[in-house]
Ligand binder design. Structure first.
Ligand code: C2G
Length: 128
């Protein structure tokens, strides 16, 4: 079984997120999502999500590409997660290109092209 992992806030879930999850799952058989907790968002990522962790987790678990959701509490948990879950491939959108190459000794690192024209901040702006 090939395990893939990705991380994010996934707030106001949109098709850019779902396209990322679909392509990530296609790289293996089992997809784990490290979902940023509310504390991690506000303390370390300096962003507040509209939906809280429980709501974002509920939505992600309803997506057929997602097999498991774990909390992302810290920037420094990825190596431990890769080891703990025997991850074969780490995936992130291309806005993170190169930022996680430190994982290369532990697993494959894949940056997938971001979906243009959609983002949570754009949705919020458009709705304003
Ligand atoms: N994404 C995408 N296309 C978009 C918007 C987002 O492919 N139009 C991808 C991002 O590149 C990321 C994932 O969807 O891989 C989740 O996006 P965010 O929730 O914005 O993730 P982010 O806040 O960047 O958190 O430790 C990593 C961080 O937790 C990533």
């Amino acid at each position: 079984m090939k395990t893939v992992i990705t991380y994010g806030t996934f707030d106001l879930l949109h098709y850019g997120h779902v396209r990322l999850l679909k392509r990530a799952k296609a790289l293996g058989d089992y997809l784990i999502v490290g979902l940023s907790t509310d504390e991690f968002n506000s303390m370390k990522k300096h962003k507040e999500s509209y939906n809280d962790y429980a709501e974002r987790k509920y939505i992600l678990e309803a997506i057929k590409y997602v097999d498991k959701v774990i909390p992302e509490k810290d920037w420094n948990q990825k190596i431990a997660d890769v080891k703990k879950y025997h991850v074969d491939t780490f995936v992130m959108g291309s806005d993170w290109e190169g930022q996680f190459d430190f994982l290369k000794p532990y697993c494959k690192v894949v940056y997938l092209p971001r979906t243009p024209g959609i983002s949570t901040s754009k949705i919020k702006e458009d709705l304003r």
